[in-house]
Design a protein. Structure first.
Length: 251
């Protein structure tokens, strides 16, 4: 009787094994037991004071308030109760996130996720009932091969003991990529793009939700998703992102 072939290692198990092996830092290429070495983390991952509701960087003088907000959010409050961003979307994180997003560089996931998990711990966020990744259209999913927000969300949900439901939010039509549009065009580009899966909508009644994405620029996508969730009966919506694009003039 022929021997059965050994079970194929699960991707998550392989990833954990590889993370324990020494290799080169993804930023400076120095020898490191981490995907991103301690020196690079100390240099490029310093916490920044941020707006409570859109995560834009704030001057230190404004952070003495309990819930500090930028001027734009004070004038036109977004539909988010809280936004947490771990990093600025600039070197080296912009390149690393693009590599993770477009080239399936899953070896970067844990290092990026650790930055977000640390930021959430420092921010002392309220624990949501649901953690939902920003959905991709069928066309975009076919093009990339996977949804980077889903990969992050399911790993973070395991780490923080959260309920993650990747199919609760739907992208009901394919739209142009936000990255190719001017800031003022982005809100119109995502209007009517998202919906809640009808059979799962009852689970949102009175629930608190955190929506996870890799990068926040204008906030148009996350604001639109928050409106959809609130209209479906959610009580509150947070946004959790790995990186926030700096405002013009930020150093």
């Amino acid at each position: 009787m022929p021997e059965s072939s050994p079970a194929k290692p699960k991707p998550a198990f392989v990833e954990r094994v590889l993370l324990r092996c020494a290799g080169q830092c993804a930023v400076c290429r120095a020898w490191s037991h981490q995907t991103i070495c301690e020196q690079c983390l100390a240099l490029y991952a310093r916490p920044q004071p941020r707006c409570w509701t859109c995560a834009a960087r704030l001057p230190l003088a404004l952070t003495s308030r309990p819930h500090p907000q930028c001027g734009r959010c004070l004038v036109d409050a977004p539909p988010l109760d809280r936004t947490v961003a771990a990093l600025d979307y600039r070197f080296p994180w912009d390149g690393l996130l693009q590599h993770f997003k477009y080239h399936q560089a899953l070896e970067l996931r844990e290092s990026l996720l650790e930055r977000l998990n640390s930021a959430l711990g420092s921010a002392e966020v309220a624990t949501p009932d649901w953690l939902l990744p920003v959905p991709l259209s069928v066309e975009r999913l076919r093009e990339r091969g996977y949804n980077q927000a889903h990969e992050m969300a399911k790993a973070l949900a395991r780490r923080r003991g959260l309920r993650c439901e990747p199919d609760m939010l739907l992208r009901v039509r394919h739209n142009a990529a936000q990255a190719g549009l001017k800031l003022q065009e982005r809100a119109a580009n995502v209007r009517g793009v998202f919906a809640v899966e009808p059979l799962k909508a009852p689970r949102l009644q009175g629930a608190s939700v955190a929506v996870l994405d890799d990068v926040m620029t204008s906030g148009a996508t996350l604001f639109e998703l928050a409106r959809v969730l609130l209209q479906a009966g959610a009580m509150s919506v947070q946004a959790w992102v790995i990186a926030r694009t700096p405002e013009p003039g930020d150093e």
